[in-house]
Design a protein around this ligand. Sequence first.
Ligand code: ADP
Ligand code: AMP
Length: 219
Amino acid sequence: MTKLNLVLMGLPGAGKGTQAQRIVEDFKIQHISTGDIFREAMKNETKMGVEAKGFIDKGELVPDSVTNGIVEDRLSMDDVNDGYMLDGFPRNLDQAKALDEMTGRLNKPVTAVINIHVDPEVLIARLSGRFICKNCGATYHKLYNRPKVEGTCDVCGHHEFYQREDDKPETVKNRIAVNTKLNTPLIDYYEDKHLLYNINGDQDIDDVYSEIQKVLKAL
Ligand code: ADP
Ligand code: AMP
């Protein structure tokens, strides 16, 4: 089996975090979510976190000069030698090219790109119902994906949840617009490299995962 050095693509709300939780557990690879890294930095009010917040709260992208460095630092660590899954990076062509360069330098090239496709109209409902475990970051939905035991996180057993600031309807619309514009060239870029696998994300969470599993097992 090819080493799983993966990129998980999809518009905000497509289900990247939800599927990532399952993939990393089953395939024993490291999950690298740039959004999670920024949220942790914002929570801790680090210099980078304070800078990122100005962009994130408006639904804009954090500048590449900040984001690329964070990813390279993370990919340089030894715990990703046996595989990684990038979630939310790259988000534009310059980031994709920077990723090629850094993974070349580190000898950890991307081996497949999973693109979860969902029509934009569906995404607004998804994001407005999303809530997240305060302790471990596991993602739920008030209608489509409730914890098995009401009020208790399936993953870590904690009881406190929060809604993301940037899941407010006004910010959601801008996030979807910004990412839709950037997504198409990125899809073409990975298609040309024969790395792209398209997944239908507009079906039950378990069915989306079955499609992804099939692709990963065949690699
Ligand atoms: P992303 O990481 O791509 O932004 P998430 O994984 O956080 O997306 O999913 C967004 C919201 O939609 C969450 O509330 C999640 O529980 C819910 N969700 C994820 N996948 C599905 C699906 N296939 N059907 C319905 N709801 C979903
Ligand atoms: P996410 O959790 O992936 O939805 O990301 C939340 C927010 O973090 C995004 O709306 C961006 O503001 C920022 N962000 C995450 N990943 C990136 C990236 N690769 N490039 C720029 N900004 C990012």
